[in-house]
Design a protein around this ligand. Sequence first.
Ligand code: MG
Ligand code: ZN
Length: 219
Amino acid sequence: MKVTLEKDVMENNDRAAEFNRKLFQKTGTLVINIMSSPGAGKTTILEKTVRALSGQYRISVIEGDIATERDADRIRSAGTRAVQIATEGECHLDPRMIAKVLPEIDLDETDILFIENVGNLVCPSEFDLGQTHKVVVLSTPEGNDKIPKYPLMFHVTELALINKTDLIPYVPFDLDQARKDLQAINPESRLMPVSARSGQGFDDWLNWIKEARQACLKP
Ligand code: MG
Ligand code: ZN
């Protein structure tokens, strides 16, 4: 499918998000928008995820960063197609930026598209990219207080991956309190402890993706 952009899509965020969503639905592509603060482990999680799933699914990745092509290179080294968006100062991705790179991605040949947002717990939460699901990553060294401090991010996401659980013995992170705070902000959201480093909990994450992909195929 050849993607062509209309002028109003490039001028209006809501239209661009809708434009993206329709394309994703047409091709049955599962699109996951992953957000977190810098250093929470989004790229490491994605490297491990694409290594685990690329035998079963056709995967593409869009990497959002303020500058550099580094994360896209990491994903390519893990064996998956990746397109880098360098926002040149913008601290979030918006749906027009996504629409602009979609011609570089063959959605017909993509079962799962991961979008790694710019590292920032604030404004990425305000932009609908047209994705199927929004996921937030919070790493244990950041502390569980980030959940009540950045409520919008935890309100708009369906899954909170608590990454770097292997560090729990060394950092003050209260998993029970995190669960309570998440429940208070968004009772629908699921908290999932993982460690991209040790692999702990990673099967839960992979199963969540597989179920989400299955749901995309249902009419
Ligand atoms: Mg990254
Ligand atoms: Zn921003």
